[in-house]
Ligand binder design. Structure first.
Ligand code: NAD
Ligand code: UGA
Length: 475
């Protein structure tokens, strides 16, 4: 059924729900956008008058919030009320990997999707278009549909509220740190569904700022699957280049030159060939794990094991960085102080989910060192929380927080430190005051650059020892 959409509800005010609805609201002033979340603290931050207190740091986001909030963009905890007002509902809730039970460690935990579906089934009025924006295992639309239909059948005799639903898949491809630009200028918008009129209703929204040739429509299963596969392919490129970074170190080649030469082949392309400490972020590992789970489910064991390697190489890359640091610092880092520059999983975000920094720091702490950590945007409580969680041995009551300091600047963080490990490619790390840093450190002053940000010649000239990932000359 074609719906003239006037009111939209987005369930989930996270890294996807918040920015994507903000951009839509900015581009569609004729539509009201109500972003709801069950987490009152998150909603409070979205409504804060101090724009620096928004729950998400994303370049360009605060300006849009300032323009639209209170006009056609609203953040609230009233999930039921806003569902009942909506012509269209985006589901943007989290879909993490299951921690226990059947499929633990691989399958998606769909409990938040199920909860949302039940809320929608209960509170929607009239005809509602339900849009999957979360990343979901292929065939999840069936689960949503079956919940919605079960409620309709049960409430069949309620003549005052005749409900109907159509379900679309409209996965989000934004990357954190560039989310606003990605939302304004996406490579494509993908809409999957079997009801052309509902698809048209959603297209009518995007057409306000995106040209029709960028809007691709498919059946719902291809759309759900394409999102998982896009992430798997991106992650695969990172594991491919990271595997070769190790070979470069052993053959005196330079990974940057190799990546450039390979990427200049237009069939390969230059993007996603930066070697580093492995991919982080909330989605790559989760989505590949989910892909592996689905392949195994269908008996495609060879396909599953092919994709397993992408995750294995990612883990191995971090392991080899950790052992390189220990080896270079004379085989022990016990009681030594190590500066960590960058804690978020990539630059321009305050998100630390699955950040390589977490695993690398935890392992360094296990070796008995002290960590002095600086990140321009990650809150120090978040750093302590990420490193504490599994690193306290509750049986022995060992608390590692005394081993960790967090700082507000690079210079503060390097005082009396034995080594600097660069883990995130923040802009300011490309332009470090190496002379001053060298003076503040304890010799022999090591820099471990996992993000290719340091000018090695300059660093050498000040007296630093330097290890640069993937560079055979500085190994
Ligand atoms: P997030 O954890 O930041 O946000 C999800 C929000 O949903 C949370 O605030 C949570 O409180 C809320 N929520 C969960 N169940 C709810 C319910 N029943 N009612 C109300 N609120 C509820 O997650 P995210 O990073 O925004 O990711 C959301 C989805 O989008 C995931 O499926 C993810 O794979 C996908 N995705 C994420 C990104 C990204 O860059 N983070 C990009 C593309 C796609
Ligand atoms: C990724 C995808 O790029 C988005 O298209 C997708 O929507 C999103 O996942 C999702 O589904 O959540 P994101 O994780 O935010 O976005 O950021 P990326 O830029 O993809 O970076 C992911 C990780 O890979 C980071 O740790 C980054 O440092 C690393 N990376 C990226 C590299 O190590 N090398 C590269 O060349 C590129």
């Amino acid at each position: 059924m074609k719906v003239d959409v006037r009111t939209i509800c987005c369930i989930g005010a996270g890294y996807v729900g918040g920015p994507s609805m903000a951009v839509m609201a900015d581009k569609c002033p004729h539509i009201q956008f109500n972003v709801v979340d069950m987490n009152p603290e998150r909603i409070e931050s979205w409504n804060s008058n101090k724009l620096e207190e928004l729950p998400i740091y994303e370049p360009g986001l605060s300006q849009i919030i300032e323009r639209c909030r209170g006009k056609n963009l609203h953040f609230s905890c009233d999930v039921k009320g806003n569902i009942s007002k909506a012509d269209m509902i985006f589901i943007s809730v989290n879909t993490p990997t299951k921690k226990r039970g059947l499929g633990a460690g691989q399958a998606s935990d769909l409990k938040w999707i199920e909860a949302c579906s039940r809320q929608i089934a209960d509170h929607a009025k009239g005809h509602t278009i339900v849009v999957e924006k979360s990343t979901l295992p292929v065939k999840t639309a069936l689960t949503i549909k079956s919940i919605l239909e079960a409620y309709i059948i049960k409430g069949k005799n309620n003549k005052t509220n005749v409900k109907s639903f159509s379900i679309l898949s409209n996965p989000e491809f934004l990357a954190e740190g560039t989310a606003i630009n990605d939302l304004i200028n996406p490579d494509r918008i993908l809409i999957g569904g079997d009801d052309q009129e509902s698809i048209n209703s959603l297209m009518d929204i995007y057409i306000n700022w995106i040209s029709a040739d960028k809007i691709l429509t498919t059946d719902i299963w291809s759309s759900e699957l394409s999102k998982l596969i896009a992430n798997a392919f991106l992650a695969q490129r990172i594991s491919s280049i990271n595997s070769i970074s190790a070979l470069c170190e052993n053959t005196e080649a330079n990974i940057n030159d190799v990546a450039k030469a390979v990427g200049m082949d237009s069939r390969i392309g230059e993007h996603f060939l930066n070697s580093g400490p492995g991919f982080g972020g909330s989605c790559f590992k989760k989505d590949i794990s989910n892909l592996i789970y689905i392949c195994n489910h269908y008996g495609l064991y060879e396909v599953a094991s092919y994709w397993e390697q992408v995750i294995s190489i990612n883990e191995w890359q971090q392991k080899r960085i950790i052992s390189t640091i220990v080896e270079k610092l004379y085989g022990t880092i016990s009681e030594k102080k190590i500066t960590i520059l960058g804690f978020s999983f990539k630059s321009n975000t305050n998100d630390t989910r699955e950040s390589p920094a977490i695993n690398i720091c935890k392992n360094l702490l296990e070796e008995g060192c002290y960590l002095s950590i600086y990140d321009p945007k990650v809150d120090s409580n978040q750093i302590l929380k990420d490193l504490k969680k599994e690193n306290i041995n509750y049986e022995k009551q060992i608390d590692n927080s005394k081993q960790i300091e967090t700082h507000n600047s690079v210079l503060e963080s390097v005082v009396n430190t034995d080594a600097i490990v660069i883990l995130t490619d923040w802009e300011e790390f490309y332009d470090l005051n190496l002379r001053e840093i060298y003076e503040l450190m304890r010799p022999p002053c090591w820099i471990f650059d996992t993000r290719n940000v340091i000018n090695v010649e300059a660093a050498k000239s000040y007296g630093f020892n330097i290890w640069k990932l993937g560079n055979g000359k500085f190994k």
